[in-house]
Ligand binder design. Structure first.
Ligand SMILES: [Zn+2]
Length: 365
């Protein structure tokens, strides 16, 4: 019953094929005239070209790594200060967006980047605008206040309103060159966002609607986008579904699959989407209840078993790792301990302590 919730979504969203070509107009509309681009190496030369052609782009940091490092953020901040920037544009996967978010949040502060990272100094009151341009259909980072940042081997997920983008430009054309494996990983990450936002203990009705639609679209399009990356209809549908996935967990937060994904990424080096997918079908069965049955029927499935089977089939199609034996030598005690200790675990509708996690992982031997 929808009787008690607070819903807020402050990001202006520009969606559509070819929308990225209007970046100059969008920046002008937002009153931004000194923007720094943060991106990975694959986009760096294009970003330099944009800087030459568009006077509103004043700097480029083109060295964002897959797990974005604090050192890259410090570089971006330096460029922002030198160019007197008013915005940071993150272009790429979650790493570029998270780098842009963090750099924009601290550029106008007096403290060291590490102090903000450690939480020993509050984020400055004033910050640069964040423009998020995702090139993969997955993280939903363009509509959330989450930034995942690494410092050496340590990785931190920081959730703070200072990371909320001013605008998101979601252009499916940008995802057309993403390779199949990444398409599957990021698509399953989006599916995990929708399902976990939906079954989160903090679920709420408007987010639920977007979660159901995201699940429906992903189940109808992910396989197509994986098999044929040039299928622009499937790509556009996935870009939209990933955006909905981001919106559906932005307030409720994710749960056990994401909680387990962090130890799986850190100790066994699974990419984020693959790490979330590792436990997602197991958790569909564990979390099966009346609400999840409702979602399954709403998206045209017979029930939760079919949903779990569909996820398992997508993982198999993408060649993802699905068993503990695929991970090499596994320290199951440590894995269960670390998963249970993750704060997102408390968001799971079914209480998952170390024993419950051990039962889940034992079934994946
Ligand atoms: Zn995720």
């Amino acid at each position: 019953m929808a009787n008690n919730f607070v819903y807020s979504q402050p990001v202006k969203i520009f969606f559509g094929e070819g929308k990225f070509a209007s970046l100059g107009d969008i920046l002008a509309e937002l009153g931004l005239h000194h923007c720094v681009i943060a991106c990975g190496r694959h986009f760096a030369s294009q970003a330099e070209k944009m800087r030459e052609e568009n006077s509103a782009i004043v700097g480029v940091f083109g060295g964002v790594e897959q797990n974005p490092q604090l050192s890259g953020i410090i570089e971006t901040v330096k460029i922002c200060r030198e160019t007197n920037a008013d915005a940071v544009i993150g272009i790429g996967g979650g790493s570029s967006l998270d780098t842009a978010k963090f750099a924009a949040a601290i550029s106008l502060g007096d403290g060291e980047a590490e102090e903000y990272y450690r939480g020993t100094r509050p984020f400055p009151d004033k910050r640069l605008a964040i423009i998020a341009v995702p090139t993969t259909a997955g993280t939903g980072s363009e509509v959330t206040q989450v930034s995942v940042v690494s410092h050496g081997t340590e990785k931190k997920t920081i959730n703070n309103p200072v990371f909320m983008p001013r605008a998101a430009i979601v252009d499916p054309v940008l995802s057309s060159t993403v390779p199949p494996r990444t398409t599957m990983n990021t698509g399953l990450d989006a599916l995990a966002h929708a399902l976990e936002g939906y079954w989160s203990r903090n679920h709420q009705p408007i987010s639920d609607l977007m979660a159901i639609e995201a699940v429906r679209i992903i189940l109808a399009n992910l396989e197509k986008a994986y098999r044929d990356g040039t299928d622009m209809e499937a790509r556009a549908n996935m870009a939209y579904a990933a955006l909905l996935g981001g919106l559906s967990f932005a307030l409720p937060k994710t749960a056990a699959s994401h909680a387990c994904s962090y130890p799986l990424s850190e100790d066994y080096h699974l990419p984020h989407g693959e790490a979330c997918a590792f436990t997602l079908d197991s958790l569909v069965r564990i979390n099966a209840d009346e609400r999840l049955e409702y979602l399954c029927r709403a998206v045209g499935l017979s029930g939760t078993d079919e949903l779990a089977d569909r996820i398992a089939a997508l993982k198999a199609l993408g060649g993802l790792r699905t068993r503990l034996s695929d991970l090499g030598e596994v320290d199951l005690d440590k894995l269960c301990r670390d998963c249970a200790a993750h704060p997102l675990m408390n968001n799971n509708p079914v209480h998952m302590d170390e024993d419950a996690l051990r039962r889940m992982f034992e079934a994946l031997r």
